[in-house]
Ligand binder design. Structure first.
Ligand code: NAP
Length: 513
């Protein structure tokens, strides 16, 4: 405990933890489990909701599922032989994360309903001051930001949007109590979320108007249920499941060259995509509407077995004219059409460029992360940010996979975070601040590697800032990223001594109470 003064100079007793982990999704739980396994028990997880799961708790729209094979979309240290489908549906993945929290006895270490409102680094004591929405404060020597990269829903700026009197839902803020059955529904957007929700509601709604701005590349998913016999086999012979996972990893990694460089491999991928579209959509007018006009891979390639078939049904209208405005009961398009709807589903994605710093984060000298990242977020190995000592990101800038499982990247970050925390534990009364030059050189190299890639070939994607800088993806193979996170080099950091004051860190077991 230490005394802490808030803005109005009232004094509180503040609990100081060694490590505060923000978020109990894949990232936060993964860091916590691996910390425990390595004997680092002085941590608390702060979770804004009342359950674990992150995006897999929140995205409950019909059809929500993963487009990465289940065996690969799970922790390497916690294989799940019981996956029921080749590609995990939302409830199964959420259950898997609940299982992880229970098996590793993490619930007592999680302070639920704790939404971090801001945090600031104190150079005198070398700790972070954390303020929560409920007025409570905590301090921590290191903060792991496992807040996820895609969690702030993006609503488009359309005039009249507030005048609409029907139901409005974003895919990431789905109202399960509202039934779309028999309704006239407008779905805006044709990204990864839209291609899942559209086929799941198409047969139930009266009519479905799909407002498409850019036709995506869609490939068959080949999803299937996994039989109880196969689950038994994996339970009995875990090595088989490991082999399947490794095979899936190699397959997903091997498609990267087709996405990353605009080459003959891209053309092969595009011809497979076009053939699939021709096979499913026989109507040439609809097919032309759905034909992508950019190089495959520039935006996320989507996998679905039921999206194109759903669009061929009689109650679906694909509108490709831009949206002009919305009135009380309809969506107006630029061709003068008025599309009457009872409900609008925004499948319009997330606020990505600011997602790294959704709250005020003040580092050394009071610098503000939001300002430092105003023209694009930047970190070292996607984990550490110069000027923000002992703050460690999971899924920070330039760590998104264009082709494979995000969990592989998360585990690589955990490797680095553990090395960092162990070094910090060895150096009591010290904080580490990354040398600015190290971050600059790392990012200059990343941006150089993006030159000439398909991602930079001119399409408008959430991978890029509005100035066209790619701050989201890793520009290479995931194993290359893995190797960058294997070593922690003390020479890359300033070791700054502080007076101390906090009790020795790392020698106690923190609790969430
Ligand atoms: P998204 O990929 O950003 O797609 C948003 C869609 O909304 C795009 O089609 C976009 O059109 C459209 N849009 C935005 N503003 C519009 C406007 N004013 N008028 C018309 N259309 C508009 O969002 P998302 O589908 O939610 O997916 C986001 C990310 O979440 C994915 O890339 C993926 O990383 C993750 N995700 C993953 C899974 C999975 O299976 N693992 C599932 C869902 C989501 P433009 O293309 O023209 O911009």
């Amino acid at each position: 405990m230490s005394n802490y003064k808030n803005k109005t100079n009232e004094t509180f007793n503040v609990v100081i933890d060694d490590v505060a982990i923000i978020g109990a999704g894949f990232g936060g739980l993964g860091v916590a489990i691996r910390m425990q396994q390595q004997g680092l028990n002085d941590f608390v997880i702060y979770e804004r909701a009342s359950d674990v799961g992150g995006v897999w708790r929140d995205n409950v729209y019909p059809g929500a599922a993963c487009d990465v094979p289940s065996h690969l979309y799970s922790f390497s240290f916690e294989p799940n032989p019981d996956w029921g489908r080749a590609f995990g549906p939302q409830e199964e993945i959420h259950r898997y994360l609940q299982h992880c929290a229970d098996k590793y006895k993490l619930r007592d270490k999680i302070r639920f309903n704790s939404s971090l409102s801001d945090m600031a680094f104190c150079e005198t004591s070398g700790v972070w001051n954390l303020n929560f929405d409920d007025g409570s404060q905590r301090q921590a020597r290191a903060v792991v930001m496992a807040i996820g990269a895609l969690n702030i829903p993006q609503y488009p700026e359309v005039s009249g949007i507030d005048d609409f009197t029907g139901k409005v839902m974003h895919t990431a803020e789905w109202d399960k109590n509202y039934s779309l059955d028999g309704k006239r529904v407008g779905v805006i957007g044709t990204g990864a979320s839209a291609i899942q929700v559209v086929p799941s509601i198409q047969a139930k709604v009266k009519s479905l108007s799909l407002f498409q701005r850019t036709p995506p590349w869609v490939m068959p998913k080949s999803d299937q249920s996994l039989s109880p016999a196969r689950q038994r086999l994996y339970r009995r012979w875990p090595i088989l499941q490991r082999a399947v996972r490794n095979f899936q990893y190699i397959m997903m990694e091997s498609v990267l060259p087709a996405f990353i460089w605009d080459s003959f491999l891209t053309r092969i991928g595009e011809s497979i995509g076009r053939r699939y579209l021709r096979k499913v959509v026989r109507d040439p007018i609809l097919r032309e509407k759905l034909s992508p006009k950019y190089s495959m891979g520039c935006k996320r390639v989507l996998l679905s077995d039921d999206y194109y078939p759903a669009l061929t049904r009689g109650n679906v209208n694909v509108c490709v004219e831009g949206i002009d405005k919305i009135d009380e009961t309809a969506i107006h398009t630029s061709d003068g059409q008025r599309h009457e709807v009872d409900a609008i589903v925004f499948a319009t994605g997330f606020k990505v460029p600011v997602s790294g710093a959704p709250i005020p984060i003040r580092g050394v000298g009071g610098r503000l992360l939001e300002k430092d990242w105003a023209i694009g977020s930047e970190a070292y190995k996607g984990v550490v940010v110069s000027g923000y000592p002992n703050m460690l990101y999971v899924m920070g800038p330039n760590t998104g996979p264009g082709n494979t499982s995000v969990i592989f990247y998360i585990e690589s970050q955990i490797t680095y975070i553990l090395k960092y925390l162990k070094a910090l534990r060895k150096n009591q009364n010290t904080y580490f601040d990354l040398k600015p030059m190290v971050q600059r050189e790392f990012n200059a190299d990343i941006q150089e590697r993006f030159k000439g890639t398909t991602w930079m070939s001119g399409c408008n994607s959430w991978y890029l800032t509005k100035d066209g800088k790619n701050t989201t993806l890793w520009p290479g193979f995931s194993w290359q990223y893995h190797f960058t996170t294997k070593h922690f080099s003390a020479a890359e950091y300033e070791f700054v001594s502080v007076k101390g004051g906090a009790e020795e860190f790392g020698n106690s077991v923190a609790t969430a109470s």
